[in-house]
Design a protein around this ligand. Sequence first.
Ligand SMILES: [Zn+2]
Length: 511
Amino acid sequence: MNDLSEEYGLYWQPLGGNNIDQISGHSYRYTDITPTGRTTVIVDLGKFDNHQALGIKNSAAAVPDIRAFLDDGKDKASAIFLTHSHPDHLNGIVHYIKAGYTLPPLYAGKYTFMILEDLYKEFNIPKQKRPRQNIIDDGSLIKIGSIEAEVLASSHTCFDSFGFVIRTPNSTIYHSGDMKIDGSTYFRKSTNIRRLKQLAAEIKFVVADFYGIYDDGYAVKEVTTFKKLVELIKKSRKKKIFLPVYPTHPEMYIIAFLAALKLKKNVVFFGNPDFYSYLKRIIDYGISFDKMAGNRIKVIYNHDRQEIAKLNNNYVVIGTYNHVSQAFDANAGNCFGIITAKTFFNPLKGQLNAHNISFADVDSAPELQGFGHGFLGDYEYLNFILNRPVFIPTHCPVFVIDNFRELASFMNMRLLPDTPRNNEIYRLNGDSAVKISAMPAKWLVVIYNDDFAYLPEVFQKGTSGMGFLKRTISRRRCQKRFKMFLHRRRKNDGEPRPKIRHTPFIYREPQ
Ligand SMILES: [Zn+2]
């Protein structure tokens, strides 16, 4: 079923993450065929967030189908490259092992392996069943058969996020992973723009695995979020600040901490077990909040009334919580809230309202949302620094890309002529792409019985991701927005610096 023609080329196949109407469970297959042989690698093996919508009773997850690349056939995968540690790119690994499969060696950053280690423990996976691990970093070179992959740092919301420049005799692809252009990341390398510029002539395709294109300008930078936090805390003139953060986004823990430190406010880390487990990972990774605090502020890691009493009623509560704890003696006179995620902390908003405590949120200050995915400006920037590569947008509902085409062509961007759907196969040679097969998209639903994972196949229907989609963007809203962006750009035609938030230029080839 996954047989390719024998023609030389680099074959690209989205197995998850790129679909009819949903955008998770990432996995991409690359098979390079040259006169000397065939080489296959898989990039990412995530879980599909909305598995309940597939309608299988007792499902625990759903994963992309990579079974054809695990048996001893000619397309057996030699490696799995992992872009980063988020569940929609990583968590398929454990379910495959639980289903009895032996996985090829993994290539990932140190932090990704730390998170994977937690998953191995959670799923009781013994050492001898775990695949071999190769730690990679910005600049690493991986050589497997005719495929050479160069690892490039990416700005995203966790440590050690990478993109891969996949280079073969047939073509060169930049597989971005989740990323934005942001050069202001704290305590980790940001997107390696310098290297991308050097490789511009070589890169023919960009598998753009970020989805924020229905927002104009650049994705919010970490430094912008930091400055906004400082400004809001200052302006509130309150001594106690509630600053909840989303558990899987370590960068927000750090930005919130740095804002408190800047204003000499003590810090209380307070949250659910999930929050503390990520906090521990951040500290294990090498970020020392105590060292940064020095003698300037106190940092406490619990919610103990007596400990809190030592903080002089002057602190920022950073964590994952949906209630205002009794331990903080919160009232309208001494507290202010800053809500940094869209819906996750809605119950907390209710609590703050009930106590008459005023707060800022993402609706009033969009900079508070720590974006890990590039916006339209980030796409535009990549198009500018690279040599007009062919963009293969992934991590995006198909209708978003279909609606994007008119705007993209005005922006002088080349998009793959067909919007790719899961399970289609494209053959890439130089900068030409040919669709060679279009099998229906499917998932393997994970069902646990007696500690063993069973993986029945379920074909993806057009509506299976509806619930997930409604939380992102509707077809109509997206159409309207792209029309508006197009209108703005037409109006600004000829101006060197259009007045678009964050967008520095529009690149146009001379006529
Ligand atoms: Zn991610």
